[in-house]
Ligand binder design. Sequence first.
Ligand SMILES: [Zn+2]
Length: 108
Amino acid sequence: MNCLEKKLQAVEDWSAQTNLYELHEVAAGVYVYALKNTADNSEPAHYLCATCFNNKKKSILQRKGKGMGGTYYICNECKAEINDHSNREIPPKQNPGTGGDEHGWMGS
Ligand SMILES: [Zn+2]
């Protein structure tokens, strides 16, 4: 196999890979590539880093944890952090029923 054929092979492999994934909006304005839900794939559902995907790299996003801001994923390839803020927790109110800012200095 010569050099050009190898290159063509790589391109074909990549386009075969891209067919398995589709752009997915995990939260408003936050995009990843997600494995398509087809009967003939045996891999568990996962997300790919969109930045790496566009650079023809297949980098699976790893779940980092969940915080107040939602679920965080990290790309170990480009160190991008993805924040799925669609499931963020609403912080409990500190002083319910105080009616907002009680130091109302602006009103005097
Ligand atoms: Zn990445």
